[in-house]
Design a protein around this ligand. Structure first.
Ligand code: FDA
Length: 397
């Protein structure tokens, strides 16, 4: 065999795996540079993990699958490596850790480890053909100087998911899974802004740029974070989070205010400032540009003192239980992740190796494991890449 391991994809998971896998390891990457999604992540500062990462923060048809890898290589293991590498970081919010300086420091840390492990990285290289041979695989590579055939004991598929095709994202990992008889679950764009149509879109365009905190719910899941109205619809962390749980045609429920706070405010205002309009009173609780849009079709009286029980009920319902039906999402063009992927039933959760194909591993985003927004997806890439690397290490001893 020419190599012990060929890793396809020099993203977060592939680089982590190559840094762990001993022996003759080759990483191939079809883009011109490695770790492009790491570089652009977190606004250039890479939200590289989350201190609260746990299996509860992941979506999968088998929610138990993440447990083993996340327990064997935890966020604390990665944080320790980052610290030992002298990379300064900070917690921004909700346990999300970002580099103080640049995401490029994380790429440099991974590259350094790969160099120390004596693994090779070939960029501008793609796979033309992959076949199983006795005790391994034959890979036909397309390099700038021509085609080249190499043999390897292990193949690690770390091609990521479909988001941001213009950065080189492909469904190649899923196609390889199909080729080797592994199931692939339904895939769709996650952590992605919602789009709206018709009157709702016109309303949102008019308040484009307005942000507020809201609790968004869909399909039994809720997130309370910021939302942002845009000229296409709705974005912001809470929207992105709930988009991973939303299915087309479903409603998203928006709760803008705590019901007790709202009722108290209305009662106080009716007594103390009854001549003021509901609009004026509410702009103390919500952004001034948002309130008239929310109240427009409720036909409330001019003075808050004149609000009837029916008016109050309609207002409370709008502000705590606003039902919106998105037309869709912005799709893979702007999504941060792909939901779904290689069926975890086809893989070992301890090693990420295919159950029925010895030496074939799938790691990172191409697997049916999707993290929440906030560093959880990189943690999955590190954890799954690490366990695959350890498995290869043990197989070579
Ligand atoms: P990744 O996509 O990183 O790597 C796959 C690699 O394979 C790529 O380099 C690709 O070019 C290569 N490849 C694909 N097909 C190939 C082929 N046929 N041959 C050779 N190479 C091939 N997550 C997080 O936790 N914190 C964050 O801050 C962010 N921020 C963020 C911002 C944006 C804009 C996006 C789009 C995504 C994020 N994410 C994130 C998500 C995170 O980037 C993602 O979960 C990981 O990069 C997944 O790591 P992988 O290694 O699995 O795929």
């Amino acid at each position: 065999m020419d190599y012990d391991t060929v890793v396809i994809g020099a993203g977060a998971a592939g680089l982590m795996c190559a840094a762990q896998a001993p022996g003759r390891c080759l990483v191939i990457e079809h883009a011109k540079t490695i770790g492009e999604k790491i570089r652009i992540s977190g606004g250039g500062r890479c939200n590289f993990t989350n201190i609260y990462a746990s299996p509860d923060n992941y979506i999968s048809q088998n929610p138990h699958f993440v447990k083993s890898a996340l327990a064997r290589y935890t966020q604390w293991d990665f944080i320790d490596w980052v610290s030992r590498s002298g990379i300064a970081y900070h917690e921004k919010t909700l346990g999300q850790l970002f580099c103080d300086g640049s995401a490029k420091e994380i790429i440099a840390m991974l590259r350094q480890a790969i160099e120390t492990a004596n693994a090779k990285i070939w960029v501008s290289t793609s796979v033309k053909d992959l076949t199983q041979i006795e005790n391994g695989f034959r890979v036909l590579l397309q390099r700038p100087e021509g085609t080249l055939s190499v043999s390897t004991k292990n193949i690690v598929v770390a091609c990521g998911g479909k988001p941001i095709p213009k950065m080189g994202a492909t469904d190649f990992g899923l196609r390889l899974a199909n080729q080797f008889g592994l199931n692939v679950t339904e895939t769709y764009a996650g952590l992605v802004p919602f789009t709206f149509a018709g009157k709702q879109l016109e309303d949102f365009k008019a308040i484009s740029g307005v942000a507020t905190t809201a609790k968004l719910s869909s399909n039994g899941q809720s997130f309370k974070e910021a939302i942002l109205f845009t000229h296409r619809g709705m974005s912001g962390p809470a929207s992105l989070q709930i988009s991973s749980y939303w299915t087309p045609g479903e409603e998203v429920t928006v709760n803008l205010l705590d019901i007790e706070t709202l009722n108290l405010r209305i009662m106080e205002a009716k007594v103390e400032e009854g001549r003021k309009s509901p609009n004026t009173v509410l702009t103390r609780l919500l952004p001034a540009r948002l309130v008239p849009r929310l109240l427009a079709d409720l036909y409330l009286p001019e003075r808050i003192a004149d609000m009837t029980a029916l008016n109050i009920s309609a207002l409370t319902n709008r502000l705590t239980n606003w039902k919106l039906t998105p037309a869709g999402t912005e799709g893979y063009r702007t999504a941060e992740v792909m939901v779904g992927g290689v069926d975890t039933n086809s893989l070992s959760s301890k090693t990420m190796q295919a159950n029925k194909v010895n030496g074939l591993y799938f790691i990172g985003e191409c697997v049916d494991i999707t993290g929440w927004l906030g560093g959880y997806n990189f943690q999955w890439a590190w954890s799954s890449g690490w366990v695959a690397g350890q498995s290869i290490r043990e197989s070579l001893i």
